[in-house]
Design a protein around this ligand. Structure first.
Ligand code: HGY
Ligand code: MN
Ligand code: MN
Length: 416
């Protein structure tokens, strides 16, 4: 394993300032960031990111799904670059750190190598992946999934948001539909720094999470079709109420996830009544479901139990319930060599650490199916994320960026 240049440290204040400078793009009154993918705020941060990368001497390339690749030359350009990065889009009630830390820490690594005059043996490449969050367009991590070959580019370009705007139209709208074929820019490895988005590191007072696995994810689109009728004249036993039906489905999801616990979770994050009115019994309601577990077998068992519960509810309430699986991401096992490189760098830097499974999905989980990949976690306050209160400390962000830098140097090699 390459010897660590342990006195080489990133500029903690510069990283912290960069995180807070970009938080203004989509800043919310509660201190969060609302920067939905391919919207105006995403364009602002992408333009900022392009400028910062070019100022750092990087060569920018954009693929057909808008993912941004910022290349730093290495001594041997015949070798594939070591990739590092994450995403800059956020949830509607997002925070300052989810995705942003990994992308801007990658920029900070480059800035530090430039300041130190360090040339790497292989090139390195920062990546800002389009639409990691999957909030405006499903599925989540769509661009890195397409890069990994899970989806054809045209299939993703045709996905539409709630307003019927396609990914392709949104890319054109912000001027980020690149010319490079998705997947054409080969990477030799990929390392992603991210906040944990859970409580374990903070609870155990650990600075670094050495991520060796990632949960599997199953997403569903559902629709309950009952019967609109008068709220005042329809006797309770005669109702085919879509919202009451959904309420039973939500409770069934909670019950089934708990039954398959402790490492299974289930969420209904969206529910839209087709024609809401105070004095009309809801006749149609669309909803979405997110199920996760580290075990594929558990995901299958939950799928089976949910379909049985839904069939019983539909028959008893005389309604139709559509329940369509739209995305299945199998559990991830990260590359053992890279996980060891993260652990070696973390130990050499003297940071407390533990192995950890990622509860959240990440672009690195897709990359792991085509190149050696690994992740580095740092704690976030109270384990909270996908919430405007999301917070982390400057010291932990710097520690994560240092672990990222020394892992990347170990993989890329130092030429001079
Ligand atoms: O949903 C996820 O796990 C990711 O944070 N987008
Ligand atoms: Mn993220
Ligand atoms: Mn997220």
């Amino acid at each position: 394993m390459t010897k660590i240049i342990s006195n080489l440290q990133i500029d903690s204040a510069r990283l912290w300032d960069t995180i807070h400078e970009t938080a203004k793009f989509g800043a919310t009154p509660k201190g969060g960031v609302r920067r939905l993918t391919l919207g105006p705020e995403d364009k602002q941060v992408r333009d900022w990111f392009r400028g910062a990368c070019e100022a750092a001497g990087l060569q920018l390339h954009i693929d057909a799904l808008g993912s941004m690749f910022a290349l730093r030359k290495g001594r041997d350009m015949s070798k594939p670059p070591v990739g590092l990065g994450s995403h800059l889009d956020t949830q509607p009630t997002g925070g300052k750190f989810d995705g942003v830390l990994g992308t801007l820490a990658a920029l900070e690594v480059v800035r530090t190598l430039n300041d130190a005059g360090i040339e790497t043996e292989t090139p390195i490449c920062i990546v800002n992946w389009t639409n990691e969050e999957g909030s405006r367009f499903a599925p989540a991590t769509m661009a890195s999934a397409a890069y990994a070959g899970d989806y054809a580019t045209d299939n993703i370009l045709a996905r539409t948001d709630a307003a019927g705007i396609s990914v392709g139209e949104a890319l054109d709208g912000i001027g980020y539909r690149g010319s490079e074929a998705v997947g054409a820019r080969k990477l030799g490895a990929f390392v992603e720094l991210h906040i944990e988005q859970g409580p374990l590191l903070e609870a155990e007072n650990k600075t670094i999470g050495v991520v060796d696995r990632g949960q599997g994810i199953a997403w569903y689109d559902g629709k309950v079709t009952g019967f609109e009728s008068h709220a005042g004249t329809t006797p309770m036993p005669l109702r085919r109420d879509a919202l009451v039906t959904l309420s039973e489905i939500v409770l069934a999801i909670e019950r089934v996830a708990k039954a398959h616990g402790p490492n299974a979770v289930g969420t209904v994050g969206e529910a839209v009544i087709a024609a809401p009115s105070r004095n009309v019994i809801p006749g149609e309601i669309a909803f979405t479901v997110d199920i996760r577990s580290p075990s594929s077998e558990t995901l299958d068992a939950i799928d089976n139990d949910l379909r049985s519960a839904i069939a019983e509810i539909a028959a008893r309430r005389k309604v139709e319930i559509a329940f369509d699986a739209i995305w299945r991401k199998p559990p991830t096992v990260f590359n053992a060599r890279l996980v060891e490189a993260v652990e070696h760098a973390t130990k050499a830097l003297g940071y407390s650490h533990r192995r950890i499974t990622s509860g959240a999905g990440h672009d690195a989980c897709n990359l792991a199916s085509v190149v050696p990949a690994a992740m580095i976690f740092v704690p976030c306050k109270d384990g909270v994320s996908h919430n405007e209160l999301e917070d982390a400390t400057q010291a932990d962000c710097a520690a994560g960026a240092n672990a990222l830098m020394h892992t990347v140097l170990a993989l890329a090699g130092v030429a001079s």
